[in-house]
Design a protein around this ligand. Structure first.
Ligand SMILES: *[C@@H]1O[C@H](CO)[C@@H](O)[C@H](O)[C@H]1NC(C)=O
Ligand SMILES: *[C@@H]1O[C@H](CO)[C@@H](O)[C@H](O)[C@H]1NC(C)=O
Ligand SMILES: *[C@@H]1O[C@H](CO)[C@@H](O)[C@H](O)[C@H]1NC(C)=O
Length: 577
């Protein structure tokens, strides 16, 4: 109880600091998918196991018709609609999710892309081929009816086909797509990558930024801004400078969004710095997790709820929804403070975007613009060095805006400046390796955990996620240091083993893995069941198989259960005889 009232005070203070007086705007204007009584009643009645189900249902009538029919129902039931009536109402006015998209088999998919030949271990090669085949199951195209009647769908129309993550994630997602694209490029599917890029560029043109995912309820939050890096990877495979020239202004527009809407001034030891944070000043429960957000908020006084919801959305924007990384001192979700943290990975990604924009402009012959971006990058690097770097500990850390201190807990994102090529001098790499050793991170045999804290949240121990493996492995792999490159290989081998062993058992790839037990298992915790598919996991596995195809093995891991069972039986027999 004491603890809770402490949290209350903290959250109250936070609301005041942010100046959140009264209601914040809803995440979109739809009175059905983002705000209003119908949404509240359906989600709080828990008609479906997952709140995402209802807000993904297309309407069978116009929104005005749906709302006026609902008003009638409200009136006739005296404000208390029974579950049965609610269910009947939804069935009469909505269709099942997913029908507004069709399966799309990428036209550039082909059997036997070249990278497969580089994989020596035949079991790994067969598996890589399975993963390559999975692209055919994850392709989607939006039906024209969504363009004709956009207000009857929560799906945001995208003109070009794309690859989805899988499971409950049946629309496009922003940062997932980076790793999906990496896999697609290895599969020699650059047209599919271009198609996905075009959708994202369209989103920036229309909304000024890329939404978290392809639904209206995701509109006001973005995700780690990897668009410029996506363009760079696409160019590396195609050298399509026309496409770059046509779209560089849109890449800039996205950068402007982060600098105008997500920057924060920090004055520290007499100097002023500008860095970026995740920040979503929009209120109400997240429509796709409505009942969870509402129930959590009920633990707080009314006037503290909007700020909690805003911080939850900022957590979703970070991609790490949710993690102890964003929690205040009391270490609960209720005490989430995402916008009060300056994240290493976000700033590393933007640092690289600035460098890439400079190099793109150089290629296009605009040296003035190139110079501007190099200067912006130099300012950011100075700010990162001053606020996020810790010389004693040899790593970067998120910066806490409330107390002006670094958060010294381990997260793979602490190493993201290496991955982003933002700082990769030999001295930094050497210190980073020592940092990993000091924290015994290299001793986790099944993958690098998201953190060392057990919070029940999905971006904490014991879960490990593919993009975070890539962040560390790729960062070390490009180093001059042989020791760093060897560590990268070992980490890649560990991760491939976990993915491969579980694939052998379940014939499935997962969005995350639990690395706490021998041989690993699909991950758990968080807000929904672990999902199969899975776009970014497949992309990272293909990348590692490509980078280390000549060395990776399928056999060094724990024995499959059946074999060890057999051995045990033989042993017992031996004892009996
Ligand atoms: C609404 O109706 C249910 C039964 O259908 C009843 O249990 C509940 O108390 C009612 N709530 C209100 C606020 O009237
Ligand atoms: C930072 O400070 C400058 C100068 O005072 C101001 O112009 C700018 O709007 C501030 N930026 C943010 C994100 O607060
Ligand atoms: C770096 O970490 C050390 C050890 O925890 C701490 O004393 C120091 O204040 C930190 N430096 C910065 C710049 O935060």
């Amino acid at each position: 109880m004491q603890r809770i009232s402490g949290i209350l005070q903290l959250v109250l203070l936070m609301g005041l600091e942010l100046g959140l007086e009264g209601a914040l705007p809803p995440p979109c204007n739809s009175q059905i998918y983002c705000t209003g009584e119908l949404l509240r009643q359906v989600q709080m009645a828990k008609l479906y196991q997952d709140d995402k189900h209802f807000v993904d249902m297309p309407m069978t009538k116009t929104p005005d018709q749906v709302l006026s029919d609902f008003d009638e129902l409200l009136k006739s039931s005296g404000g208390n609609i029974s579950r049965d009536h609610l269910e009947t109402f939804v069935n009469e006015h909505f269709k099942d999710p997913g029908q507004e998209m069709e399966i799309w088999i990428p036209e550039d998919w082909k059997a036997s892309p070249k990278f497969l030949e580089k994989i020596k271990d035949s079991r790994l090669r067969a598996w890589a081929e399975d993963l390559h085949n999975l692209w055919k199951k994850l392709g989607r195209k939006i039906k024209p009816e969504v363009l004709d009647k956009p207000d009857q769908y929560s799906l945001i129309y995208a003109a070009h086909p794309f690859i989805v993550p899988g499971g409950r994630f049946i629309e496009f997602y922003y940062w997932d797509s980076y790793w999906v694209m990496q896999g697609l490029l290895l599969s020699e599917m650059s047209n599919t990558v271009k198609s996905m890029l075009q959708n994202f560029l369209d989103m920036v043109e229309v909304y000024g930024h890329i939404p978290n995912g392809g639904r209206v309820y995701y509109l006001q939050r973005s995700q780690p801004p990897l668009l410029t890096r996506m363009m760079d990877r696409y160019l590396a495979h195609t050298n399509d400078l026309n496409f770059l020239g046509e779209n560089i202004a849109i890449l800039e527009l996205e950068m402007d969004f982060w600098m105008n809407e997500r920057a924060v001034n920090i004055s520290h030891k007499g100097e002023n710095y500008v860095l970026n944070r995740y920040y979503v000043p929009y209120g109400g429960p997240r429509p796709e997790s409505y009942s969870k957000d509402e129930e959590l908020a009920e633990l707080l006084p009314q006037d503290a709820r909007e700020s909690l919801w805003s911080e939850l959305k900022a957590g979703a924007e970070s991609g790490w929804d949710f993690s102890s990384r964003w929690f205040g001192e009391s270490n609960y979700l209720l005490d989430i403070k995402t916008s009060h943290r300056v994240p290493v990975d976000l700033n590393a990604i933007l640092c690289q975007a600035e460098e890439l924009l400079a190099s793109f402009y150089t290629k296009l012959g605009n040296l003035n613009m190139a110079q501007n971006y190099l200067q912006a990058q130099a300012r950011r690097k100075a700010a990162m060095k001053a606020l996020l770097w810790n010389e004693t500990l040899g790593s970067w850390f998120d910066f806490n805006l409330e107390n002006g201190q670094q958060n010294h807990a381990f997260y793979p994102s602490n190493l993201s400046p290496l991955w982003a090529g933002c700082f990769s001098d030999p001295d930094t790499v050497r210190k980073n390796i020592k940092y990993l050793e000091d924290n015994k991170i290299l001793s986790y045999k099944h993958g690098i955990p998201s953190s060392l804290q057990i919070s029940g949240q999905q971006w904490d121990f014991p879960n490990a996620w593919a993009p975070l493996q890539d962040l560390v492995v790729k960062g070390l792999a490009v180093s001059d240091s042989a020791q760093a490159r060897e560590a990268a290989f070992q980490l890649a081998q560990n991760w491939i083993q976990t993915n491969f062993d579980i694939y052998q058992k379940n014939k499935a790839m997962y969005e995350k893995y639990d690395i706490s037990i021998e041989s690993g298992k699909p991950g758990g915790g968080g807000e929904y069941k672990v999902q199969e598919g899975f776009g970014w996991t497949n992309g990272v596995a293909l990348e590692f198989l490509d980078s280390y195809g000549d060395r990776l093995t399928s056999g060094s891991g724990p024995m499959p259960l059946s074999t060890s069972g057999l051995l045990l039986a033989l042993l017992l027999l031996g004892l009996l005889c």
